[in-house]
Write a protein that binds this ligand. Structure first.
Ligand SMILES: C[S@@+](CC[C@H](N)C(=O)[O-])C[C@H]1O[C@@H](n2cnc3c(N)ncnc32)[C@H](O)[C@@H]1O
Length: 296
């Protein structure tokens, strides 16, 4: 074996240390089969730090000097794939079930809050906003806000800009594209989300396995294609926290390959594929601690 290559490879011990670190930092479960993927996703970090071995990289992460690098590591290891109007049946469930309730709240000037937890580059919260603005008259002038959070600082910065390449916006229905976005005149190759939509969304960094600094319950939470990367224990710790972060009868949506097993034990009833509704009493796990920019 080439000795230089062996030195720069991620060996099983270093991989295990890294997997423990990542699990503690953000809940991601790295199974040994992912060793090659982890290695290739982190190689650019070694280059950026001018390090020649993964052993040295893991030592840095385990030391107090590695605090900043942890954020880069999380960014490199999380999967940020998303697109506009992904799994749109969830938006329909929400509008069909909540249309009358939203109208009543708008009329009474009461708050309506939605959380996109694990929002990646912003396509999910922007899609929710465009869909609801198109479906519910008067929503634009109501006390309606979306909190959009992600553990990855880089995607939050991208999402705040709200600027996407033309091919990325192909999933936005034509009428929404005309109403809520504009083509950037400078290059003609990118599209920016309009101010009317942007102003409804607050993008914030938030690690789902840490404390949640929200004050008020949400009408709906979208946490789609996020927990699939967590182990069952981490998921089971999150379910009651999500349930308690919802108002009674609030909605909870997961991605197409995610499930809450035995939803009733966690405060949910299943209302369709990957769609749940909060039931009854609150459960231990959600602490109301403060607020997140008045969004929640
Ligand atoms: C595949 S994307 C899903 C984006 C969007 N929800 C969708 O369905 O298109 C998963 C996102 O979850 C985020 N994520 C992973 N672990 C997280 C954690 N512990 N806290 C918050 N976000 C996390 C990742 O950074 C990534 O942006």
């Amino acid at each position: 074996m080439d000795p230089t290559k062996a030195k720069s490879d991620l060996n099983p011990d270093a991989f295990n240390d890294l997997a423990r670190l990542v699990h503690t930092a953000c809940g991601l479960k790295l199974v040994p089969e992912k060793i090659m993927m982890v290695q290739s996703r982190l190689r650019h970090r070694l280059r950026a730090l001018d390090m020649s071995s993964f052993d040295a990289y893991v030592r840095l992460l385990c030391s107090p000097a590695g605090m900043d690098e942890k954020q880069h590591m999380i960014s490199a290891l999380t999967t940020n794939v998303s697109h506009f109007f992904r799994e749109p049946h969830h938006f329909d469930v929400l509008t069909t079930a909540m249309r009358d309730e939203f109208r009543r709240r708008i009329y009474k000037k009461e708050r309506i809050r939605i959380w996109s937890a694990g929002c990646s580059n912003g396509q999910e919260p922007y899609s929710i906003a465009m869909h609801l603005l198109g479906e519910i008259p008067g929503l634009a002038d109501a006390d309606f806000r979306i909190l959009a959070t992600d553990v990855d600082k880089r995607v939050i910065q991208f999402a705040r800009r709200g600027q996407y390449a033309l091919q990325q916006v192909s999933g936005i229905p034509e009428q929404h594209r005309r109403a809520f976005t504009h083509i950037d005149t400078a290059d003609g190759q990118s599209v920016t989300i309009g101010a009317a939509v942007k102003s409804l969304i607050s993008f914030q960094e938030l690690n789902l396995i840490s404390d949640w600094p929200m004050r008020h319950p949400f009408d709906a939470i979208f946490c789609r294609n996020v927990v699939i990367y967590f182990d069952a224990e981490t998921q089971n710790r999150l379910w009651p926290r999500f349930a308690n972060a919802l108002r009674s009868d609030g909605f909870f949506f997961l991605g197409h390959s995610e499930r809450v097993n035995a939803p009733d034990t966690f405060g949910f009833s299943s209302i369709g594929p990957t769609a749940y509704q909060r039931t009854g009493h609150s459960l231990p796990g959600f602490q109301k601690r403060g607020h997140l920019n008045g969004t929640a």
